[in-house]
Each structure stands twice: as structure tokens, then as C-alpha cells.
Design a protein around this ligand. Structure first.
Ligand code: NAI
Length: 277
């Protein structure tokens, strides 16, 4: 089976890595050569680290199953294409339309979006029964859950296919209706936003807020550490689109988040966010 992943950023390279580790041939596509080089380095480093814990992984063998390209035409015969590009609905819709024209009839198209609706992306295709959400978590090689999202038109065969695939990778899945943020982020995003508001108000420092949630609520990592891992630009996109869609004040964007993103303080990926890397 051939899997294609579009977008080789934080999520795309992790998704490509776990499929290749499970024995699939994977094509990773990005518009940026630089992003593809970074993705290859990140996968290489991650596999080397994992090898220390799991001797059955052979990094060279896994890397040999991966190809990196800027040519989207290479995905035409994939069985599954997972989109993990920038969180922008117009860009994603353009990509889904292109994939629908390019790919064979058998190909299932999936999106890793955190906050956009799968039915919006499916609406520009002629294969609405073969479109679903596959929402992985960051860092993909370590996080065991995948939320599988179904629109009203996603077929049972597509969902079964997705569930079997996730099981074969030794991950767990849950089925979720196509609603903004699904389950995990619906609970997490308002918490992260409140943590940013606490920093903005000067109520406590990022380190103390994270310490509070680790020791006071038994969370394995604090909300601001998590925000830096997710990427502050991605969080900003998520909150902005949710606020526009719902007008719900729990998705109001803290000014501090906007300011940090415009200063290129995006978290881990830019070397600085609430912490320095
Ligand atoms: P990112 O900003 O790290 O990477 C996005 C990549 O997509 C970049 O390398 C960019 O060059 C590439 N790209 C943009 N437009 C493209 C196009 N038309 N064709 C091919 N490549 C294109 O983003 P990240 O954080 O990996 O997020 C990707 C998706 O995953 C988003 O939909 C986000 O909501 C979702 N997601 C993010 C999580 C996170 O923790 N960052 C967690 C779960 C889902």
C-alpha cells in the first residue's frame, strides 16, 4: 500500500515517519525544498532516538521507504493521501480539488486539520464518501491517539479502512463527528488560551503556570509548553477561525498570542515561544 503525506512540517514529518516505520511506502510532499530537508533531518533524529528504546527499528530501512518531493503529481496512485499543510481553509480546499483531479478513484483523501471542518474540504471533491479526518497528535511517533472524523457522507468502508490502518500502526482511534476541534482540542484549546491570558495579565510566569498544572492537576506537561509544541501560529489560526465561526468568547484571541506570532515567536519551530529552545 502506498501512503502520501502533503505538508512536511511538524505533523507531516511525524505522520510520514510512523507509516514508514509500520512498513508502508510513503511519499512526503511539500512546496518547500527547505521544509523537506528539515523533515528528513527530523525523522532521522527521531528514529535514532527511538532506536535506543526499541531495538526492532532500523532507521536506514525506515528511511529507505520514504521519498521526499515537491512534485505533487507523484501521489496520483497512492491508496491514502493525508493532508497536513498550513491551517487555512482556502489553501486546503485548493489542495483537495487538485488531489481529487490527480488521484485514482480508489484513493482516500484525509485531512489532519485541528480546527477546520472536513466537510468543507470534501465539498470540492467528487469523492465525498472517500474523505475523512485523521487527526494525529504531536509528537506523532509518541502519541497513541488518532481521532477519525466522519462527515455525513463518509462511507463506512472508508472509516473501517482508517480504523484498521491505525490499529496496524499500534495506535488507538476514536470516531468523532465532523465538529470544530473534535474532542481533545475542544477541551485543550480553551485551557491554553486561558494560560496565555494569565501571562498577559501578569498573574503568573509561564514556568509557574506550567508548574501549577503539572503539580496541581497531574498534567504531564504544562499548557504553555504544549502551546510551544503545537506552534503559536497554528494556535492563532485555530482560535481566529473558531471565534469567527462561533463568536464564543472562550475562543477570543489573547493579544499576547497575536504579538508573539507577529514577532516570529512561534514556539519550538522558530526557537522561541514561551520558552527558548
Ligand atoms: P507546519 O507549519 O509545521 O507545516 C506545514 C507545512 O505545509 C509547511 O512545511 C509548508 O511548507 C507546507 N505547505 C503549505 N502549503 C502547502 C501546499 N499547498 N502543498 C504542500 N505543502 C504545503 O504545520 P503543522 O503544525 O505541521 O500543521 C499542519 C496541519 O496539522 C494543520 O492542519 C494543523 O491544524 C494540524 N495539526 C497540527 C498539530 C500541531 O501540534 N502542530 C496537531 C494536530 C494537527
Amino acid at each position: 500500500m502506498k501512503i502520501a503525506v502533503i505538508g512536511s512540517g511538524i505533523m507531516g514529518n511525524g505522520i510520514a515517519q510512523v507509516f514508514a516505520t509500520s512498513g508502508y511506502q510513503v511519499i512526503l510532499v511539500d512546496v518547500s525544498e527547505h521544509a523537506l530537508r528539515t523533515a528528513r533531518d527530523m525523522i532521522d533524529r527521531s528514529l535514532t532516538k527511538l532506536t535506543k528504546k526499541n531495538l526492532s527499528i532500523d532507521p536506514l530501512e525506515v528511511l529507505s521507504r520514504l521519498s521526499f518531493t515537491t512534485r505533487i503529481q507523484m501521489v496520483h496512485d497512492a491508496d491514502l493521501v493525508i493532508e497536513a499543510i498550513t491551517e487555512n481553509i482556502e489553501t486546503k480546499k485548493r489542495l483537495f480539488q487538485e488531489l481529487d483531479e490527480l488521484c485514482q478513484a480508489k484513493t482516500i483523501l484525509a485531512s489532519n486539520t485541528s480546527s477546520l471542518t472536513i466537510s468543507d474540504m470534501a465539498s470540492v471533491t467528487k469523492r465525498k464518501d472517500r474523505v475523512c479526518g485523521l487527526h494525529f497528535f504531536n509528537p506523532v511517533p509518541l502519541m497513541n491517539l488518532v481521532e477519525i472524523t466522519a462527515t455525513d457522507e463518509t462511507s463506512d468502508e472508508t472509516l473501517q479502512f482508517a480504523e484498521n490502518l491505525i490499529k496496524q500502526m499500534n495506535k488507538e482511534s476514536i470516531r468523532v463527528k465532523d465538529t470544530p476541534l473534535f474532542v481533545v482540542n475542544r477541551l485543550l484549546v480553551p485551557m491554553i488560551s486561558e494560560a496565555i491570558a494569565l501571562v498577559e495579565e501578569g498573574t503568573a510566569s509561564p514556568t509557574d503556570i506550567d508548574k501549577a498544572m503539572k503539580l496541581g492537576a497531574s498534567h504531564p506537561i504544562g499548557p504553555l509548553w504544549l502551546a510551544d509544541m503545537i506552534g503559536l501560529d497554528t494556535l492563532l489560526h485555530i482560535q481566529e477561525s473558531l471565534f469567527v465561526k462561533t463568536k464564543d468568547s472562550k475562543y477570543r484571541v489573547p493579544e499576547l498570542l497575536r504579538k508573539m506570532v507577529s514577532n516570529n515567536e512561534l514556539g519550538r519551530k522558530s526557537g522561541k515561544g514561551f520558552y527558548k529552545y
